[in-house]
Design a protein around this ligand. Structure first.
Ligand code: GDP
Length: 420
């Protein structure tokens, strides 16, 4: 091991190769891992993307040797056609020699079927990302022992066997998907092309993919691998994009064998025959050899990149040297505290404004009360004065003294004259 990676305060331990004197037992570790994984079972989710009628459902049935997809009934002309790409998933638990696999296939019916397919990629990308979201959310739970991995581990992209090159739609969609899923391009219904056409079409598709910098899934190559494994990986890689034929119907060949294939007036195309199509190599890549690699690459690279980007976009800063272990739950908590502080501040401000207003109102009321009081007093005084005057007049009348006419009060004068 490289000593430069050792933390400075931990003394490095020199490695000495020793020969064991007897059986210890850790050679059984792989078996322990094996037993445990078998008991837990495996989860694998594949997505199929491509125009309808390219044989997606048939191929999925062929791949997993099940009738995962019931035969499709074409829409009657009167039936309303969907307006957007739908996302449908079908799950099945399949068992092979005691190994359980929970397989989910995500289909995208409607893809490429519209007059305008510009936005066809959108629901697909959203679906892939929402699966990442759900995984991230599970990782942040207190109890992480029961994480369900619903992320898409492989995306089979079906290319129409036109014999020309990739369509604009294919390029656009692959460019949107390639950083988020393991893309596996497939030439659908390869039995409709001759061997030569298949070879030429593959070349064009590959050069289109390279030209547009689209990343497709590559079988990993390990340095210390045995020759056989390396040869196998190269063999698989040489067949990409896989030209496949699907059929879930058993048929009889002219020499009497029962095989999965398609019958034509000029002969039989066998699905499992490597001379006829690349189905076997595709299955090897997807199921037999690289299923674990696909899951690992999804987790370690695709999901990890998405997660980093997502957290950065949420405003989590990246440390200069190490990416700080960020916990979105803690971040949410922090945001909540900040939000609460903001609310409290707003409340205090509102309270202050309120009491100010109350004070203002109070002093105004007080003022008008005083004014009222003063006016009341004035009026009372005037009335008092008038009463005194009247009392005075009354006394004088009673005592028989003549009245001195009041100035300016004709009303009273008249009243007085009349009453006499
Ligand atoms: P999907 O709409 O993409 O799911 O397509 P389906 O699987 O429903 O297949 C549409 C039609 O194509 C059906 O009639 C299938 O029998 C036929 N089909 C499926 N796979 C192949 C194939 O590899 N070659 C040919 N020639 N026809 C196929």
């Amino acid at each position: 091991s490289d000593p430069s990676f050792a933390p400075s305060n931990v003394p490095s331990v020199p490695t000495i190769r020793k020969k064991l004197m007897g059986y210890v037992g850790f050679a059984n570790l792989p078996n322990q891992v094996h037993r445990k994984s078998v008991r837990k079972g495996f989860q694998f989710t594949a997505m199929v993307v491509g125009e309808s009628g390219l044989g997606k459902s048939t191929l999925v049935n062929t791949l997993f040797n099940t009738t995962l997809y019931p035969p499709k009934v074409p829409l009657a002309p009167s039936e309303e056609r969907p307006k957007t790409v739908a996302i449908e998933s079908i799950g099945a638990d399949i068992d092979e020699n005691g190994v359980r696999l929970h397989l989910t296939v995500v289909d995208t019916p409607g893809f490429g079927d519209f007059v305008n397919n510009d936005d066809s990629w959108r629901p697909i990308v959203e679906n892939i990302e929402s699966r990442f979201d759900s995984y991230l959310e599970q990782e942040n739970r207190v109890n992480r022992s029961k994480i369900v991995d619903n992320r898409i581990h492989a995306c089979l992209y079906f290319i129409q066997p036109t014999g020309h090159s990739l369509k604009q739609l294919d390029i656009e969609v692959m460019r949107r998907l390639h950083t988020k899923v393991n893309l596996i391009p497939i030439i659908a219904k390869a039995d409709t092309l001759t061997d030569e056409e298949v070879l030429q079409f593959k070349q064009r598709v590959l050069s289109d993919i390279a030209y547009h910098n689209i990343q497709i899934f590559q079988a990993p190559t390990y340095e210390n691998e045995d020759e056989e494994t390396i040869a196998e990986a190269e063999e698989i890689a040489s067949k990409i994009p896989f030209a496949v034929v699907g059929s879930d119907q058993p048929i009889q060949t002219p020499d009497g064998r029962i095989v999965r294939g398609r019958v034509y007036p000029w002969g039989v195309v066998e699905v499992d025959n490597e001379d006829h199509c690349d189905f076997v190599k595709l299955r090897q890549m997807l199921v037999r050899t690289y299923m674990e690699e696909l899951r690992e690459y999804t987790n370690d690279v695709l999901y990890e990149n998405w997660r980093t980007e997502k957290l950065l976009s949420m405003g989590v800063l990246q440390d200069s040297s190490v990416f700080k272990e960020i916990n979105p739950a803690a971040r949410l908590q922090e945001e909540r505290v900040m939000h609460e502080a903001k609310l409290a501040k707003m409340e205090a401000e509102m309270k202050m404004v309120f009491s100010q207003k109350v004070q203002e109102k109070e002093s105004k009321l007080k003022q008008s009360e005083e004014e009222l009081y003063a006016r009341h007093k004035d009026m009372k005084d005037t009335l008092e004065k008038q009463r005194n005057d009247l009392e005075d007049k009354k006394r004088r009348l009673e005592s028989g003294r003549p009245l001195t006419p009041e100035k300016g009060s004709t009303q009273r004068k008249k009243g007085f004259l009349r009453s006499t």
